[in-house]
Design a protein around this ligand. Structure first.
Ligand code: GLY
Ligand code: MN
Ligand code: MN
Length: 420
């Protein structure tokens, strides 16, 4: 920020689920990144060179009666002692104090549009400063998108962040292994989901990073299937896309395996194309390569595989050029991963794909999804949906697959499924 500016970040609001029940509270990722403070009703203010302290935290005061109902609060003292605030004020006093902090600041760093109610309050505070112009007070002349600044920081992970991500990945890997081992024909998708949830919670993950996808047979062709209420049939594949969140960091793993523990010939043929595409994509993850290199590598293998298996006619080159592979592969090969499962950070800089740097974490997740009913496609391929997804860290000399503990080779998978 340099000098001469003020940054303002609100905590995530509490949301009502129904009547007296709230959704489980999760702090805003940017707010948590900056403060480590996980209570609602808080506002962090950063004022470089402020004499009485640069980090100001507005938060709830201690309140024995409220704490009896809802649990302990940090209070103003805890904000300073435990969270490193230089100065803390009651959140109820913010209307009186914040306009004063805005006075004579040339720049305001603020992420507009995420919390509309807070946007309105910001406008009110800025207007309060404007009314003091005849007293010689100057109001902010520049508004800078704080999200852009923080998101560039979040894109490159620190050692502490990688420790949290490694833990999230370990918990998820154990959960996937457990789900594979417990899987049997005749179980429901939600029963397999229960194994994942149990494994997450038991290891200290308080919530999944996103709703778990447990999709048997044709359901795997629905990319964000979350009904998870079908019965798993002998002879079908099961696609599980699930990742734990640990200390606000996400993991994101997909494995696809046969419900009965044995790939059919067609399932195996298609699976091996996706696996080869994934391995080719992972090879492209290294510093200096651009963001899209893994996707391009994956698409090349997928297109060649579709031709070799007779699912598509023509040359792989033409299929890629005309994007005809999109009939079986509509999504992209990955995304940034961090505090949010689809994490922040630009994918293009100045119109060009971004160059990978050590400390960035991304997913690599190609797939093939063959629906039913298309007469051009032989019946044996119908209703097969496959995705294989790993979390990959860009390192100084290449990459590290963080999720390598979960089997993905055909023989390794067949050895685990149904063994528990
Ligand atoms: N689980 C969502 C995704 O893989 O992007
Ligand atoms: Mn993903
Ligand atoms: Mn996923």
């Amino acid at each position: 920020m340099g000098e001469g500016g003020i940054a303002i970040l609100p905590a995530a609001p509490v949301r009502i689920r129904n009547r007296d029940v709230e959704y489980p509270y999760r702090q805003d990722s940017d707010f948590y990144y900056v403060t480590g403070f996980d209570e609602p009703e808080a506002v962090a203010v950063l004022v470089p060179k402020r004499k009485r302290g640069e980090f100001v935290l507005f938060c709830r005061e201690r309140d024995p009666e409220m704490e009896l109902w809802n649990g302990i609060r940090s209070g103003l003292e805890g904000a300073c002692k435990d969270y490193g605030a230089d100065d803390a004020f009651p959140i109820g006093d913010i209307d009186d104090i914040l306009p004063g902090l805005l006075e004579n600041q040339p720049r305001v760093y603020y992420a507009m549009g995420y919390y509309p109610e807070f946007d309105q309050r910001m406008i009110g505070w800025v207007n309060r400063v404007r009314t003091r112009s005849r007293a010689g007070v100057s109001s902010p002349g520049e508004f800078v998108a704080l999200d852009n600044v923080i998101h560039e920081m979040r894109l490159v992970k620190s050692k502490a962040e990688l420790r949290a991500m490694t833990r999230a990945v370990q918990i998820s890997s154990d959960a996937h292994l457990r789900a594979m081992a417990m899987c049997r024909p005749g179980m429901t998708e939600y029963q397999v989901e229960a194994e994942l949830s149990y494994a997450f919670k038991r290891s200290g993950s308080r919530r999944p990073a996103y709703p778990s996808i447990v999709a048997g047979g044709a359901n795997a062709c629905v990319l964000h299937y979350t009904d998870n209420n079908d019965t798993l049939r002998d002879g079908d594949l099961l696609l599980i896309d699930a990742g734990a969140e640990y200390d606000y960091y996400a993991s994101d793993i997909t494995r696809t395996f046969p419900v009965n523990g044995r790939f059919s010939k067609a399932q195996r043929a298609l699976y091996e194309v996706v696996l080869e595409a994934q391995q080719a994509a992972i090879e492209q993850v290294k510093p200096g390569n651009h963001w899209n290199a893994p996707h391009e590598a994956a698409v090349e293998v997928l297109a060649e595989g579709l031709v070799a298996l007779g699912l598509m006619k023509g040359s792989a080159k033409n299929i890629i050029k005309k994007e005809r592979y999109r009939k079986f592969y509509v999504h992209r090969t990955g995304h940034w991963l961090g505090m949010d499962v689809h994490d922040v950070g630009d994918y293009k800089i100045g119109g060009e794909w971004r160059v990978l740097e050590p400390g960035m974490v991304m997913t690599v997740e190609p797939g093939l999804y063959v629906g039913s009913g298309d007469k051009q496609v032989a019946r044996k391929w119908w209703n097969i949906g496959i995705r294989i997804e790993d979390d990959v860290l860009v390192t100084r000399d290449g990459h590290k697959v963080l999720t390598s503990a979960v089997p993905k080779a055909v023989d390794e998978i067949e050895a685990v499924v149904g063994s528990g």
